[in-house]
Design a protein around this ligand. Structure first.
Ligand SMILES: Nc1ncnc2c1ncn2[C@@H]1O[C@H](COP(=O)(O)OP(=O)(O)O)[C@@H](O)[C@H]1O
Ligand SMILES: [Mg+2]
Length: 404
């Protein structure tokens, strides 16, 4: 039977995984990639901030911007051997992505070295607001152009608000075109006519500047902007092409969120935004769902039965029996409380599904696991839960349930 996930992976060759921080974006991106590889695809997962154990499992040991093939033996060990697919992983490194962008657009090796060695650049390349988001898109663009993967899954940096991600190329383009940058450039050009030496000698200007940013920093900023302006056009064109990625028909967004109301609302807001802008929605993964495996009330009955057995056990003394009944009652209470949470999650999911309307079956709930997910086996288990509509999963579960 084809699942929703299989349908999505047949239709799309790039998935961009977005969502609030800490909900399981990196895990979902890796799990989607694992499923792609299990479907026989050559897959690359571009991760941003994998937890150490996940990074280790993928063979990413701190190397930035380098593809590594995930050892097929790990799939065999996990009991999910690959037939024809392959999984590659890469850890996105903002600084080296920025560096290679400079290398690509610099007019001469001297200009390149001047920028790469510039003090202001070294700070700006990692600290500029939005540069992480932008560089993630930039890397995706590059990999799509230059490599032959069947599927690329892009993890995105932790953001205050996921919607920010969509505006990263616009913000870069906006910055490059902004009036303030032009004024600054014009100033640099004037200064340039007299040469940087003029600025250096003009101690009054520097004294004033010093109070704000420090003379040295100011000079390296001027130098940076001066060298940067040669690349301005190339950079701007690239930003607009990178933005064009968002509307590629073979790309889709996978929004990851949790049942926490704030996170869920943010996920839905992202969905609304995609709809408004005509951008392709792939799935809404609702992670860490608390599921009530035990129907409300059923555990009370179990506890009662357990207590009866305990009471009639001849070897137990009075004290043992009262201890047992105390523990049993606590278990019953904890279960009841968990059932309340599970019910709350189920209600939130139902409401979110309703909000998605026609796209309701693209909401994929994933339960809260009892442990961290940091190896191929865990990712495969997580991945298998993706993209099966709840009705289908229920039907399958009851069909495969042991009889009698
Ligand atoms: N369904 C789940 N059940 C239990 N633990 C999970 C689940 N999903 C993710 N995790 C764990 O939560 C932590 C954060 O996940 P991660 O994918 O790094 O989040 P994000 O990238 O959104 O910040 C990881 O340790 C991961 O193993
Ligand atoms: Mg992450």
């Amino acid at each position: 039977m084809t699942t929703q996930l299989e349908r999505l992976l047949e239709a799309k060759s790039t998935l961009v995984v977005v969502g609030p921080g800490g909900v399981g974006k990196t895990t979902s991106a890796a799990a989607l990639a694992v499923q792609g590889a299990r479907m026989g695809k050559k897959v690359l997962v571009l991760t941003i901030d994998p937890a150490r154990r996940l990074a280790n499992a993928l063979g990413l040991e701190g190397l930035g911007n380098e593809e590594v093939r995930v050892d097929p033996a790990l799939f065999v060990e996990a009991g999910v051997p690959l037939t024809s697919g392959a999984l590659f992983a890469m850890m996105l490194d903002v600084k080296s992505t920025f560096d290679s962008l400079i290398e690509r657009h610099a007019q001469s090796p001297e200009a390149r070295d001047r920028i790469l060695g510039n003090r202001f650049y070294q700070q700006a390349s990692t600290a500029l607001a939005g540069s992480q988001e932008y560089m993630a898109m930039e890397k995706l663009y590059e990999v799509r152009e230059e490599r032959d993967y069947d599927l690329i899954v892009l993890d995105t940096p932790p953001m205050v608000n996921a919607v920010e991600f969509l505006s990263a190329p616009d913000r870069l383009e906006g910055f490059l075109e902004s009036g303030s940058l032009r004024v600054l450039l014009a100033g640099v050009r004037t200064a340039g006519r007299f040469g940087m030496g003029f600025m250096k000698l003009n101690s009054r200007i520097l004294n004033v500047m010093n109070r704000f940013v420090g003379a040295e920093a100011f000079l390296s900023l001027l130098e940076f902007i001066e060298s940067f302006q040669e690349m301005f056009e190339g950079f701007r064109k690239r930003a607009s092409r990178v933005r064009g990625l968002f509307s590629s028909p073979d790309l889709a967004f996978a929004i990851v969120t949790s049942t926490d109301q704030v996170a869920l609302d943010e996920g839905l807001a992202f969905y609304d935004r995609l709809r408004e802008d005509g951008m392709p929605f792939g799935a809404l993964v609702v992670n860490r769902v608390r599921t009530g495996d035990i129907a409300t009330g059923a555990h009370d009955e179990l506890v009662d039965r357990f207590l009866k057995v305990a009471e009639s056990a001849p070897a137990l003394g009075l004290r043992d029996r009262s201890r047992i009944s105390r523990v049993a009652r606590r278990v019953a209470e904890a279960n009841a409380r968990y059932d309340v949470l599970a019910e709350m999650d189920a209600r939130r999911i139902a409401a979110a599904r309703e909000r998605l309307g026609d796209a309701g079956d693209q909401l994929w709930p994933v339960p809260l696991f009892a442990r961290d997910i940091h190896d191929i086996g865990g990712l495969a288990e997580f991945g298998e839960l993706l993209g099966r509509s709840s009705e289908r999963a229920e039907a399958e579960a009851s069909a495969s349930a042991p009889q009698g």
